[in-house]
Design a protein around this ligand. Structure first.
Ligand code: CA
Ligand code: CA
Length: 416
């Protein structure tokens, strides 16, 4: 019973990932919205966590006022916390409110992540393996469906959950400048690839007059993950789709924003690490991948494939697309943001992990055998942060010298 239940869950979960990677469905046609469902004022931020709400985008403290949402500058004459960062009001003397006093010149910014299921931290809860059937656990199941099997609040880019232990890019940026509190948006969608970049820019809650952003463009594999090599995104298509997304971004982003483009993953790590290992269901991962292929639910027929030459050709094409992305970054200039490129760091992360005597399988989600684990998310965040600190410190902005005052006055700034 347990085994059958888990097979069903796997099939449902991979339907969400594989539908778009293999087919031609576009966002919004899958039944899942790209914007929060509970959003009365239509500002694309929600007071509730699920359904693309505050686990994806910073919580809205007033859902009846579209001029109250993360990322804004507070109204200079008002008493209210328009940007939801928990800093508001006036000191007993002086002619500046707290937001101006503590944040106005702090070069504050928000994190925005564009990408796929890896961006949104797709995961099937491993705890389900210990459960006998799902009959009394439908509550859990619907909660996970409500989140599209995604856990953006635990992701490398915008995570803030306890498990992240303050190590996401957002949490590090927040620690650097507490004015950045709640200013995050994770726009990752299962199955999305370069051609969905424009759609994700469209649902970003940001206007040119808002605080600048530190953006991440990380479509790391779905342009390669197809049923067959012929269906992979061509070099020309990929180039045009990335350029279209960046042009759309330039129209919407506040001046002074920064954007890091992340190259594609070399997905051979999945087969090489897991194929011979035993899946928690008691079969080998290679058998699981074949089982999913037989059901037309393999999320990545080009990399989760027993044919080594197909896996190699998939990786060669991924490297070409990464080269195109790097070339765009090196040759294009945009009015409102600076661009940088970084290879997807899985090889570096893996090298260090193995050198420390650890098991590479810990970096991959055990149930699906495909997505990065929460551990991998934390390491990716650490690597990316250090990369920016070393190569592009201006992307991170300065440390706010008034952080201690903010903490003393506003505590946890209303949490998340
Ligand atoms: Ca709202
Ligand atoms: Ca504020």
């Amino acid at each position: 019973m347990k085994r059958i239940s888990l097979f069903i869950i796997l099939i449902i979960a991979f339907s969400l990932v594989a539908q778009e990677t293999n087919g031609e469905t576009i966002p919004g046609e899958r039944g899942f919205p790209l914007k929060p469902i509970l959003d009365l004022d239509g500002d694309m931020h929600s007071p509730s966590n699920g359904f693309r709400g505050a686990n994806w985008r910073g919580k809205d403290i007033n859902d009846l006022d579209s001029q109250t949402r993360p990322g804004l500058f507070d109204n200079p004459i008002g008493l209210l916390d328009n940007n939801c960062n928990g800093i508001f009001g006036w000191p007993s003397h002086g002619n500046e409110n707290y937001e101006d006093l503590l944040c106005k010149n702090s070069d504050a910014r928000g994190v925005v992540a564009f990408g796929d299921s890896a961006t949104a931290a797709f995961s099937i809860p491993v705890e389900w393996l210990q459960k006998v059937g799902l009959s009394e656990k439908y509550g859990d199941f619907f909660d996970v469906l409500r989140h599209e099997f995604d856990w953006p609040h635990k992701s490398w880019s915008t995570g803030f959950a306890d498990e992240v232990q303050g190590e996401s890019i957002y949490m590090r940026l927040r620690q650097r400048n507490l004015c950045n509190h709640r200013d995050y948006q994770n726009l990752g969608v299962n199955g999305n690839r370069a051609r969905h970049f424009v759609d994700q820019v469209d649902v970003m809650a940001r206007a040119p007059q808002d605080k600048p952003v530190l953006g991440f463009v990380a479509y790391i594999g779905n342009d390669i993950c197809k049923k067959s090599l012929e269906k992979m995104t061509s070099e020309e298509e990929y180039r045009n789709q990335i350029l279209a997304g960046l042009e759309a971004l330039d129209k919407k982003l506040p001046a002074g924003s920064k954007v890091l483009c992340v190259g594609l993953v070399d997905g051979r790590i999945l087969w090489n690490t897991l194929n011979d290992r035993q899946h928690p269901l008691g079969i080998k991962y290679s058998e699981l991948y074949q089982f999913l292929t037989d059901l037309d639910k393999n999320p990545c027929g080009t990399w989760l494939n027993k044919d080594e030459s197909i896996r190699d050709q998939a990786s060669a094409h991924a490297a070409k697309l990464s080269g195109i992305l790097k070339n765009i970054v090196e040759t294009r200039k945009y009015q409102n943001f600076d661009l940088a490129y970084m290879d997807f760091p899985i090889d570096k992360i893996l090298e260090e992990w193995v050198a420390a005597g650890k098991d590479p399988a810990d970096l991959i989600e055990p149930v699906d055998g495909f997505h990065p684990s929460i551990q991998a998310h934390r390491l990716q965040s650490e690597y990316t942060w250090n990369y920016l600190l070393e190569n592009h410190p201006d992307f991170l902005g300065p440390v706010n010298p008034r952080n201690n005052e903010i903490q003393a006055l506003f505590g946890n700034q209303r949490g998340h």
